[in-house]
Design a protein around this ligand. Structure first.
Ligand code: GLV
Ligand code: GLV
Length: 324
């Protein structure tokens, strides 16, 4: 019987499926609910036929070799798979799968929520109330900026970027996007493709929805902040390293840009100390897909991909289909 290694406790929907398919005793779930250390990861994967890592587990060639030649599938519990060395998996003929689709709207909801919080200063306002500082309504108190009618710039117009564009329609926003891989999208979105300088210059809000790749690492740094409107807000629910966090903290402090809403960070769970004391930064702990419903669906999809491979079928969400 195969050995399935689940690197972190995940919702039952996925575990049930794996246990039903392979038997309770063959599904090994990391006992602690915390990040698994490198040594323990390398140890835990030994002899695995299937791995179900989460996005903080780095699965590189070394980890694949630690699992051994029996490793037949890596089913990442995330849509992003920058934690997996896909080239190394492909070299070894191992399919890598992800969980696209089910978290699209949930992640766009998160981006929208922090966009609103950022524009309307609701993080700061909450801190103000809880600190006991509120003396009553005031005409000039905690004034934010409007979202409706403004220009939203979407950096990376995949599934989540497009879901963001749909939300913007309800707020009667003008939507522009930059995505070299996707020159055209659904016309009903009424979104216009632009080059990166135009996106930077014309957006009131920029929301990042690209995958992390060498080409997108530090796609937002000092030059980009300088090219943005001083009134602009930057939203990132994609991956931390797309933004140069130290440069962002400087831009927020100096007023080069107005505010930022961040769900992801360069070196999670560490956050640049300067950002932590920027009142104009909304900071939440990588909650993009964090709803009961969506995390359950992600667990089920990751499990379905494992079941497919180990029963000789085509996994539905393979990111390196050339190995199949
Ligand atoms: C979350 O960050 C994901 O990639 O699913
Ligand atoms: C604000 O509370 C208003 O009524 O204008």
């Amino acid at each position: 019987m195969p050995r399935i290694v689940v690197c972190r406790m995940i919702p039952d929907a996925g575990l049930k499926l794996l246990r039903a398919a392979f038997g309770e005793e063959h599904v090994h779930v990391a006992p602690q609910d915390g990040p698994i250390e490198r040594d323990r990861l390398l140890d835990a994967v030994r002899g695995a036929d299937a791995l179900l890592p989460i996005l903080t587990d780095r699965v590189d060639g070394e980890a694949m070799d630690a699992a051994g030649v029996g490793l037949r599938v890596i089913a990442n519990y995330a849509v992003g798979y920058n934690n997996i060395d896909v080239a190394a998996a492909t070299e070894r003929g191992i399919p890598v799968t992800n969980t696209p689709g089910v978290l699209t709207d949930t992640t766009a909801d998160t981006a929208w929520a922090i966009l609103m919080m950022t524009a309307r200063r609701f993080g700061e306002a909450e801190r103000y109330v809880r600190a006991g500082n509120w003396g009553g309504w005031g005409p000039m108190q905690l004034l934010g900026v409007d979202v409706h009618g403004k220009t939203l710039g979407i950096f990376g117009m995949g599934r989540i970027g497009q879901a963001m564009a749909w939300r913007a329609q309800g707020f009667r926003m003008r939507v522009i996007y930059y995505d070299p891989a996707r020159p055209e999208v659904d016309r009903d979105l009424a979104a216009t493709a632009v080059d990166k300088p135009t996106l930077l210059a014309e957006s009131d809000f920029i929301s990042i929805h690209c995958p992390l790749m060498p080409e997108t690492t530090h796609a937002f740094g000092p030059a980009e902040f300088a090219a943005m409107k001083p009134s602009a807000c930057l939203i990132n629910t994609a991956r931390g390293p797309v933004v140069d966090e130290a440069a962002l903290a400087d831009a927020l402090k100096s007023g080069t840009i107005h505010a930022a809403g961040l769900d992801v960070f360069e070196d999670e769970p560490a956050i640049h100390p300067k950002l932590l004391d920027c009142e104009n930064a909304v900071l939440i702990p990588h909650l993009g897909s964090a709803t009961e419903e969506t995390r359950g669906k992600m667990a089920r999809i990751a499990a379905e991909n494992i079941v497919a491979v180990l029963t000789g079928k085509r996994p539905p969400n393979c990111v390196n289909p050339e190995v199949l």
